[in-house]
Write a protein that binds this ligand. Structure first.
Ligand code: SAM
Ligand code: SF4
Length: 431
């Protein structure tokens, strides 16, 4: 979402004649968009500002803006502790960025803009064309969260759940496709909580499917609690919806899920997986895991490892629980650091093994790839298959923006390598 927000900030600032610099040394205004989800986020901000200071030691100081969730969480503290920072701007007030920049240019004041003004933000953003022209583009449809998982800062930094207007999303999607995007990844902290005048995520998927030249649709991140039957149905029906679903589970133990305030059981989670497989047998899953949440016993941890094996997640993001100031879980007794690290190592070893087995099976298979760009050298092209696996091929033809069948020859932990085997292929995704 920060990537989407950063692009929109760029679109906004173009209105006051700012453009993107490739080299940091050339900037008049430096915008650092931040994430606060795990520890050390604030330290990273001070570190990064230190780097800018050094860069501009003998030059005119640029305007320095800290935007995003660290700005929201730390606000005034950042301004007081680091005088080099000119303004802090929360994720729901960045539509004000031009006024903030001009105020700093004119009056040299320090600004703290951290109100939750999400409706006003999107009203302003809708007036500015989305100029992103990447083959695969993000599109925010929902923001914020009302779920208050005990470990998570999002409800405090992004604010309450908000769904963007349906027609505005369709219009922005069409803009992106007109700019050359062929894949759209719908974004939301709880993307499947989307609800605009009773239009749900499933409705959006059907409507977006009708946009000519939009080839692929994905969405992230969904919450099991909001996984309604209409959305499950859409996975069977929407041919453009890719067959990989990121569905965070956090833990394999219902007891820990309850302690986290996740509001669902492992049985309910597995039921969603089974229903999805019934509708679309080719579907695969990825997930997020928090290891060593306070109170996690060895037995709870074993359940997480078993779940990993049972669902066969082809990708996973796992982190040791990080105590976030201001969240209820921050006051709970932490698991011993050594045990936490051991559990993470064991878990990641299992996850890597599953991923390796899955990838090895892909060697000699044929996969359908949407190519995005050149990968380092001119005759190498980078793209992604339906399961979001990175694929690199050698080709004399410019493949950017093309969908091709690729025979996979080899792989490593992160990338598949292969050859294009057909001239072109109509975009068919079997249900
Ligand atoms: N809304 C999504 C959900 O409920 O699954 C997740 C969004 S959250 C921004 C992204 C991921 O960060 C979570 O799935 C979780 O695994 C991880 N995360 C959030 N807070 C964390 C914490 N305090 N410690 C470790 N990981 C955390
Ligand atoms: Fe955070 Fe997701 Fe829980 Fe909301 S549902 S509090 S974003 S982990």
């Amino acid at each position: 979402m920060n990537e989407y927000d950063s692009n929109r900030i760029l679109d906004l600032t173009k209105k006051i004649n700012y453009t993107l610099t490739i080299n940091i040394k050339d900037s008049d205004c430096y915008v650092l968009n931040t994430c606060h989800i795990r520890e050390k986020a604030t330290d990273k901000v001070y570190h990064e500002v230190g780097r800018v200071k050094k860069e501009f030691r003998y030059k005119k100081k640029p305007i320095v803006l800290i935007v995003g969730c660290v700005a929201q969480a730390e606000g005034e503290v950042l301004l007081k502790k680091e005088k080099y920072i000119d303004a802090v701007v929360g994720p729901q007030s960045y539509h004000q960025i031009n006024k903030i920049i001009l105020d700093i240019e004119n009056k040299n004041t320090k600004i703290n803009s951290t109100e939750f003004e999400v409706i006003e933000k999107f009203d302003q953003l809708n007036l500015v064309k989305n100029s992103n022209s990447k083959i695969s583009s993000f599109l925010t449809i929902q923001e914020g969260c009302d779920k208050f998982c005990k470990f998570c800062v999002v409800p405090y930094t992004r604010g309450p759940e908000y769904s963007r207007s349906y027609p505005e999303i369709i219009s922005e999607a069409k803009q992106l496709v007109d700019n050359g995007s062929q894949e759209i990844i719908l974004l939301g902290q709880n993307v499947n909580a989307y609800n605009f005048k009773n239009k749900r995520l499933s409705d959006l998927l059907y409507s977006l499917s009708e946009i000519k030249n939009l080839e692929r649709i994905r969405y992230t991140t969904s919450h099991p609690k909001d996984f309604t039957d209409d959305l499950i149905e859409a996975h069977g029906e929407c041919k453009k919806l890719m067959p990989l679903l990121h569905l965070p589970v956090q833990s394999g133990s219902t007891k820990i899920l309850h302690n986290m305030n996740r509001n669902h059981t492992i049985e309910e989670y597995l039921e969603i997986i089974d229903k999805l497989k019934e509708k679309k047998s080719s579907i695969k899953f990825s997930s997020d895991f928090i290891i060593a949440y306070p109170g996690e016993t060895n037995d709870d941890f074993e359940k997480t490892v078993s779940l990993m094996k049972q669902v066969d997640f082809i990708n996973s993001y796992s982190f040791i629980f990080s105590a976030r100031p201001g969240t209820p879980a921050a006051n709970l007794k932490k698991i011993d650091e050594k045990i936490a690290k051991e559990r993470l190592t064991i878990f990641q070893r299992v996850a890597d093994e599953i991923k390796k087995k899955y990838r090895n099976k892909l060697v000699n298979s044929i996969t359908n790839v949407l190519f995005e760009n050149n990968a380092r050298s001119t005759d190498k092209y980078f793209g992604r298959d339906e399961y979001f696996n990175s694929v690199i091929v050698n080709s004399n033809e410019n493949l950017a923006g093309k969908i091709r069948n690729v025979k996979i020859d080899s792989c490593n932990q992160n990338t598949l390598f292969g050859k294009v085997i057909l001239e072109s292929k109509p975009n068919e995704y079997a249900a």
